[in-house]
Structure formats: C-alpha cells, structure tokens
Design a protein around this ligand. Structure first.
Ligand code: NAP
Length: 333
C-alpha cells in the first residue's frame, strides 16, 4: 500500500510521528516520507537517528497554507498528526488551539484536494467524543471538517478519514512519565479512585492508521478495540509502595473517556478488531444503509445495537495491575 509512495506526516517529530516513520520504513518501501513540523531543534535531533535517505525534513506550520502547498508537491498520502493537545493549556490559550487544530485541518483539506493527494488520515482522540474541554472540542471540529472534506473533494477524488483513540501509553506528556516524576517526590496524586482510561500503544496507533489508509472509502472514523484500565491501578503498577493522594477531578477532565457515543451507534459497525463509524453525511436512507451493510458484511462488519456506546468504563477488556506491569516493562520511558 505504501510501497513507492510519498507520505507527508504532519507532526512527524512527535511521539506518533516517529513511531510511524520507524514502522513504515520497516514494513514498506516508501519513495519518500516528509516530516512536516515547526521546531527546527526537534527535526535536528530526529535527523541524527533517522538517517534513512528517504526521509525529508520540512519546517512548516499547518497554519501556513502556502508552505503546506509547497510541501505537498507529489504527495500520495497525508497522515495528519500535528496538534496542540494539552487539556489545561488549551483552556487558557483557546485561540491558539483553534488556529492549529481547526484552521490547520482546513488548510490540510484544501491543499490535499488541490495537490491531488489520494488519501488523508487525521488523528483524533477520545476527548473529541462528547467533548467537555476546548482541546476535545477543537478535535471534534477537526473530525467534522475531515469528514466533510470528502464532499469538498468533488472531481479530485481525495478521500479523508479519521482514526480516534485515547491515552497513548509512552507518548510525550502521557501519565506514565508524570507518575514516575511524582514518585520521586514521595506521593502520587490521583484525581479520583474511580477514574478509568483506555490504553493503547504507539505501535497500535500506527497500525490503526495503516488500516484506515487501506480500508477507508472516505468519511469514516476508525476506532480500535483496546483495553481499559483504572488509573489508580496504573499508579500501583508503577509504584506500589508510594502513597497515593486523592486530589479531585480537574476542570475539563472526565471520570471516564468515551470513543463512540450512543448517538453514533446507528452509524457504527463492529469489525473483528475495531469499530467503524460511517459518515452520517453519506446518507441514512434505508437503501443506503442496506448497501453499506452489504459492503461491510464482506469484511464481517456488523451493525452495533442501537443503544451501543463505547467508553472506558463499559469496556469488556480490562488490564490488571499485573498486565500493566508486564506492558510497562516493555516500554522505554
Ligand atoms: N498522545 C496521546 O495520548 C494521544 C491520544 C489520542 C490522540 N492523540 C493525537 O495524536 C496526534 C499526535 O500526538 P503525539 O502524541 O504524537 O503528539 P506530540 O508528541 O506532542 O507531537 C505533536 C507534533 O505536532 C507538531 N506540531 C504542533 N503544532 C504544529 C503546527 N502548528 N504545525 C506543524 N506541526 C505542529 C509538533 O512539532 P513542532 O512543535 O515542532 O511543530 C510535533 O511534531 C495528535 O493529533 C493528538 O491529538 C494523541
């Protein structure tokens, strides 16, 4: 699928981007991978270890459409991972998040269509499902833009899809390095004993993007089937002997995260290892629904029940403290 293709990765110096580049060079023989991001120092550091001659580094901001247009010359696929993503910082700098996460998405869509890019896969987050904070709201808006982008594409045939997941273990700014830091201070703060989150590895996030690149017809949101964990269990897996202090849930935080709400159930299909929310824009007439059901049935995809909802507290898969200890042992953090 990616052999002999040129792929542009926005946010290519980030946790996801670096994993994507490594795995893609391992598994495929791409023509070129273009890293597109702002900070020269991150690119400089990355270029020391990522020395494959097919990697190109482009300094650029997703807010800057003309720069994006230059970078997308000859590009077959875009993986859009650039984002501002820290929940409390978003609350105090909302305009900046709108510019990067929403205006940046619009630029990607326009440029992809004008440059004849074949497919774009944008990374979303569980926080975009029924959002209660600005970060989640900007990502929901971005998801909607990418889904709507398929209608903008017209004769150009560029297809846009979204992948949505939560809590990438080992990514920059994730809870594990935070707990490890707090551990040294002798106490680990826990917001609420009941809090649950999904758990996904960087590699599984990349696998989901491959799936979307391969399978998306345009307008779908791909959601992986991943386990849940209790946050307090994670703290106990990292540092069982360190006392935990309950500090209360913070503004913009949910007790449990959700990836598919009941309102999306009627567009959602259950595949072996993931769910696919088909685009509500594609149609909801009985004949359209029948045709999509027939198409998905070829891949053994089944419509979910009308009261279906996928959240971190109603998951059928859970990680125990022992499971997490094993998984943490394999991580380089
Ligand atoms: N990490 C998670 O737990 C998680 C969970 C669900 C979804 N996601 C989503 O996954 C994606 C990747 O996350 P990540 O963990 O890899 O984040 P990350 O490590 O913070 O990387 C973000 C990347 O985006 C670039 N970037 C930021 N603003 C930019 C702009 N205006 N123009 C161009 N590049 C920009 C950054 O480089 P510069 O600063 O140099 O520009 C960096 O390369 C994001 O869309 C995020 O919302 C992450």
């Amino acid at each position: 699928m990616l052999n002999n293709k040129t792929i542009l990765v926005t946010g290519g110096t980030g946790s996801f981007g670096q994993t994507f580049v490594n795995l893609t060079l391992d598994r495929y023989t791409p023509k070129k991978i273009i890293i597109y991001s702002r900070d020269e120092m991150k690119q400089f550091e990355m270029s020391k270890t990522f020395t494959d001659s097919r990697i190109r580094f482009f300094i650029g901001d997703v807010r800057d459409k003309s720069r994006l247009k230059r970078a997308c010359d000859g590009v077959d696929y875009i993986v859009h991972a650039a984002a501002l993503k820290i929940v409390p910082i978003a609350e105090y700098n909302p305009f900046e998040y709108v510019k990067t996460n929403i205006c940046g998405a619009t630029n990607i869509i326009d440029v992809a269509i004008d440059r004849g890019v074949k497919k774009v896969v944008a990374l979303s987050t569980d926080k975009a499902c029924n959002p209660i904070n600005l970060y989640g709201a900007t990502k929901l808006c971005s998801d909607k833009l990418f889904i709507g982008g398929n209608a903008y594409s017209g004769e150009h045939h560029t297809r846009f899809a979204v992948v949505r997941y939560g809590n990438v273990i080992g990514s920059r700014g994730s809870v594990i390095p935070f707990f490890k830091e707090q551990m040294k201070k002798g106490v680990i703060p826990i917001t609420d004993e009941r809090m649950t989150r999904f758990w996904i590895s960087l590699q599984s996030g990349v696998e989901l993007v491959y799936k979307a690149l391969l399978k998306a017809d345009g307008g779908e949101i791909f959601v992986p089937k991943i386990p849940s964990m209790r946050v307090i269990d994670l703290a106990n897996a990292i540092a069982p002997e360190v006392p935990k202090k309950i500090i209360g849930i913070r503004p913009g935080e949910k007790l449990h995260e959700m990836m598919i709400s009941e309102d999306d159930a009627r567009f959602t299909y259950d595949f072996y290892d993931h769910y696919r929310i088909s685009s509500p824009l594609a149609g909801s007439s009985p004949s359209f629904i029948t045709s999509i059901e027939e198409k998905y049935a070829e891949e053994n995809g089944q419509a979910v029940p009308s009261n279906f909802c996928y959240s971190s507290d109603n998951n059928s898969k859970w990680l125990s403290i022992e499971d997490m200890k094993t998984l943490l042992g394999n991580l380089k953090i």
